[in-house]
Design a protein around this ligand. Structure first.
Ligand code: NDP
Ligand code: OXD
Length: 308
């Protein structure tokens, strides 16, 4: 009964050392090494091998090493094999840091100061108090909720928009398509933390940008597929949007000659908003395997019909 890991090999080596201590009886292999394929029961993967089920016919449980699961082709996973997404707490911690970084960068005009630095220009921009900068978060799941709470602590008026209704202390929560226009109209900075699904692909588009107040900023830490990139460039060039902080792009890596790299109103990071931490990820995986063996409900179980 072995566990296969298929993701960043450097962190895989850390998983191996941790598992050797915490679960010495669980054979562990780092892809492309697999041991006896017939012994494989559990997989912890970022991108699964396309022939996963024929290669590992006795696989019983698949765990995404990331919080997102849009990289999975659900049709290749038999319904009896549960897919669980990573819920280790380091992901939320990293995402909170990143979104605070992105929102504060926009709030405190970092894009302008980078341009001024490049031009050797000393020019002070008037501060806007946090209580006059409205921040909105799309998606109030594990990450969106944690981000809202932290941002509210800075004194920003924070609102959130979600598929189903949510209550978060200190945050104005709205739900459903009918509530979206009013939510967007009150976002000076918009943060996207939606999962990428059929419903949310291309969500950040010209129509949505037009509903934001003139001069609004964007932080996208969800997935590159949420954003229609030419629409963003058009909105920035027209001045309707002031700046964007993007951690995710489509494709990844973004080609060196892509216009987004050179756009003066865009800051890009290479999908590093958060990184799954081996120490806590291994604990989550061991607990998930244990619950699966006991037939208990699994935290992070993906609903394949919803797509997240
Ligand atoms: P969750 O599944 O916990 O939350 C997703 C939230 O989005 C839920 O509250 C859900 O609503 C809401 N939602 C889903 N579809 C819609 C929709 N069509 N309209 C409105 N709301 C919707 O996910 P996480 O918070 O853990 O993660 C969110 C995403 O962040 C991941 O899917 C991944 O893409 C991205 N991510 C990016 C990382 C990075 O490094 N850049 C790192 C980790 C994650 P409901 O409550 O109704 O289900
Ligand atoms: C994730 C990611 O989904 O790293 O965890 O993007």
């Amino acid at each position: 009964m072995s566990l296969i890991y298929k993701a960043d090999p450097v962190r895989g080596a850390e998983w191996k050392a941790l598992l050797a201590q915490k679960a010495p009886d669980l054979p562990f292999h780092i892809w492309p090494e697999t041991g006896d394929p017939a012994a494989v029961r559990y997989l912890a993967v970022w991108e699964p091998p396309p022939d996963m089920m024929s290669r590992f016919p006795k696989a019983e449980l698949v765990i995404s090493v990331g919080a997102g699961v849009d990289q999975f082709d659900f049709s290749r996973l038999p319904p009896q094999v549960p897919l669980v997404r990573m819920l280790e707490p380091g992901i939320a911690q990293g995402m909170v840091e990143y979104c605070v970084l992105g929102v504060l960068s926009l709030h405190r005009h970092l894009v302008d100061y980078v341009a001024n630095r490049n031009a050797g220009r000393w020019a002070q921009i008037r501060l806007v108090p946090a209580d006059r900068r409205r921040v909105g978060v799309l998606g109030l799941g594990r990450l969106g909720e944690a981000v809202c709470r932290k941002l509210a602590g800075f004194g920003f008026p924070v609102s959130g928009w979600n598929r189903s209704p949510r209550t978060i202390e200190g945050v104005t929560c709205r739900a459903g398509a009918d509530a979206l226009p009013a939510f967007l109209a009150a976002c000076d900075i918009l943060v996207c933390l939606l999962p990428l699904t059929e419903e949310t692909r291309g969500f950040l588009n010209a129509e949505l940008f037009a509903r934001l107040p003139r001069g609004a900023g964007l932080v996208n830490a969800g997935r590159g597929g949420h954003l229609i990139q030419p629409d963003l460039i058009a909105a920035l060039d027209s001045g309707h949007l002031s700046a964007a902080v993007l951690d995710v792009t489509d494709p990844e890596p973004l080609p060196a000659d892509h216009p987004l790299w050179l756009h003066p109103r865009v800051l890009i990071t290479p999908h590093v908003a958060s990184m799954t931490r081996p120490e806590t990820a291994v604990d989550f995986v061991l607990e998930t395997i244990d619950r699966h063996r006991k037939g208990l409900p699994l935290a992070g179980l993906v609903d394949r019909r919803r797509g997240y």
